[in-house]
Design a protein around this ligand. Structure first.
Ligand code: SF4
Ligand code: SF4
Length: 335
């Protein structure tokens, strides 16, 4: 296997630029790490998951749907000129991407998403590159190419033809590196939060969580929308029309199920008319409703909502509280 130093990787990414639209973790001028183009800031490969969801490369916070022209015709964005190479997904982010790929392709295919996503090559960034150098779980196949940091170099693992082509173009001083030890350590990482979500899911499916629990949790929500905006598996959006002298632009923008207006109907009736109901819905959707619809939970424990929520009611925090308060029920459901 090839193994690149940080300098070799940086050289490689810059060399790709004439043919590729390269996005990678960079440091913005305000100090935050983000997925960006190389000219927008110095590379910041180490430091763990990036705060903003990386899936926004394909599903942007605000984007044009079409322009409506005076002659009655419609104009859409052209597909990207260069293929995208997006590096910087954690193993959990890759699972989220795999899910929204399914979401945006099932039934009604979302052409805005698919226009950007088709042909894009995805790079995982894992290994000892956590915020304090801790080991991040190795993805092992849910991307085209994975760069696993061993503390000194990025070991390259290609999983698709596109990934193999990129790997072949990499030049480095060392090859013959092995992922064996890192894989073993990755497999031994604790799975406690996964079990916690499954227990919370079982309680929700069995309808053992009373309204009083949601009233108490919902009281803590200040409707900042952070939990939804950072979540890579949140896919809700609203539509707006902007009137210009020459055309009308229809655009879409992320929505948040924690907002009062999320489901409010034109009549004024609101099926989610309280913080309790909205908070219940956010958690129930990922741990129960989506399990019925897709056959799996749609929280992949990326960690963002728990880090972001200013009042401590991210999904893991709520699941922990739910399971702790219903320990007897949890044991019965498991037994
Ligand atoms: S941890 Fe939170 S932000 Fe991440 S996938 Fe789960 S619900 Fe979404
Ligand atoms: S991040 Fe927390 S406080 Fe903000 S909307 Fe979500 S649950 Fe409410």
């Amino acid at each position: 296997m090839k193994a690149l130093t940080q300098t070799e990787l940086e050289t490689f990414l810059h060399a790709l630029q004439p043919a590729w639209d390269v996005r990678a973790p960079i440091r913005l001028s305000d100090g935050t790490r983000a997925l960006g183009r190389l000219e927008e800031g110095p590379l910041a490969l180490l430091g763990g998951r990036i705060p903003r969801k990386p899936t926004d490369v394909f599903f942007a916070q605000q984007e044009k749907v079409f322009d409506a022209l005076p002659d009655g015709s419609f104009r859409q964005e052209e597909p990207p000129q260069k293929p995208l190479f997006v590096l910087g997904f954690t193993a959990e982010d890759l699972e989220c991407l795999e899910f929204i790929d399914r979401f945006f392709s099932s039934g009604f295919a979302d052409d805005i998403y698919l226009r950007k996503r088709s042909g894009a090559v995805i790079g995982g960034l894992t290994g000892k590159c956590g915020s304090a150098g801790e080991l991040l779980r190795i993805a092992g196949g849910t991307c085209d190419l994975e760069l696993v940091f061993d503390g000194e170099r990025f070991i390259v693992a290609a999983y698709s033809e596109a990934g193999e082509k990129l790997e072949a173009a990499m030049t480095c001083a060392e090859s013959g590196a092995s992922l064996e030890d890192l894989r073993r350590a990755s497999e031994a990482l604790p799975q406690d939060n996964r079990r916690l979500l499954e227990q919370a899911s079982a309680l929700l499916i069995a309808e053992r969580v009373p309204d009083a629990f949601w009233a108490e949790i919902g009281e803590r929500c200040i409707a900042c929308t952070g939990c939804n905006l950072v979540c890579p598996t949140c896919t809700c959006f609203g539509v707006q029309d902007w009137r210009y002298p020459t055309h009308i632009e229809r655009s879409r923008m992320w929505d948040s199920c924690q907002l009062d207006a999320f489901m409010r109907e034109a009549s004024g009736h609101n099926p989610l008319g309280s913080e309790a109901l909205r908070t219940r819905r956010r958690i129930h959707h990922k741990l129960a409703a989506d399990l019925r619809r897709w056959g799996h939970l749609t929280c992949y424990l990326c960690g963002r909502c728990d880090t972001t929520c200013p009042t401590g009611i991210g999904i893991v925090a709520v699941a922990r509280e739910m399971v702790a308060r219903h320990a007897g029920e949890t044991a019965r459901l498991q037994g």
